[in-house]
Design a protein around this ligand. Sequence first.
Ligand code: ADP
Ligand code: MG
Length: 316
Amino acid sequence: MGEFELIRQYFQPLADKARQGQLILGPGDDCAIQRVPAGRDLVFSVDTLVEGVHFPPNYSPEYLGWRSLAVAVSDLAAMGADPVCFTLALSLPSAEPEWLAGYSRGLAQASDAFGIALAGGDTTRGPLTITLQVHGTVPQGLALQRSGARAGDLVCVTGPLGDAGAALDYLGCAMPTDEQQAVLYRYHYPEPRLQLGSALIGKASAAIDISDGLLADLQHILDASGVGAELDADKIPLSDALVALKGDEALSLALSAGDDYQLCLTIADDKLAGLDSSVRHQLTVIGHIQTKLGLRVANAETLGFRQGFDHFGRSD
Ligand code: ADP
Ligand code: MG
């Protein structure tokens, strides 16, 4: 199968069905064209997933289709952006119809779910590597950034943590239990918190999506904002499945394992109180920002917890 036939068969349908008003021209020309409405900023981000590094060898192509777009779109959620379109650079060892059908099926489900249209891409032969660039827009000047946390702000997360990290132990299970299936689902089908992110525009002072682990990712907010924080380990939300499977190790996974793609955000207490209750109920307050630099965790003194995953092996 040639490159153009492959694109026509597996990827063109994602451009046709998800096309939005702001994507003026999709795949097929030298560039795609996106129109940015007046009063909005374009926000964009690129992510690369390498087989054997970011997902296991022989990972289900359908899960990978969802997961690859979800983790990229999660960066838009963390900025409070509304998704518009994405490009897909695929490097494939060979054009396997079964793999391509599974991958494009998972990708199409995600593109429908998140309302983001395929705008174009690049297809090459090589080790399995997937690069997605996602584009979104935010009201001008209001994107949520990492640098806005201030002493006294509350630290919140948008859902249970640690499930996806626990799932790594069960990826090879032929007959997973109900609890194992629950955490595996969190790993295979992460859900970027898009609605929450945009509801927090003008309210949250800083935000980040949790890809490398709560402690590691919150530290990025602290570094960018020049502040410190204290968390209460007893407040970290843990799923029933995680506690049933991992017992005493659950907290350590929630603090330090990645792949959950919940948001961690900071917000002043009056702004939190002013949120719609439907938004507020999705937030769990886990600590507060302090002027004293560093990240402290109360009620976790006995834990020799693992630090967040860092690509360059820095443990901070
Ligand atoms: P060029 O050589 O001008 O860069 P290509 O031959 O790489 O163009 O691609 C031709 C068209 O097909 C472009 O519009 C590109 O966006 C699109 N395309 C290539 N690969 C993909 C893909 N994996 N998914 C969607 N569109 C793709
Ligand atoms: Mg090209």
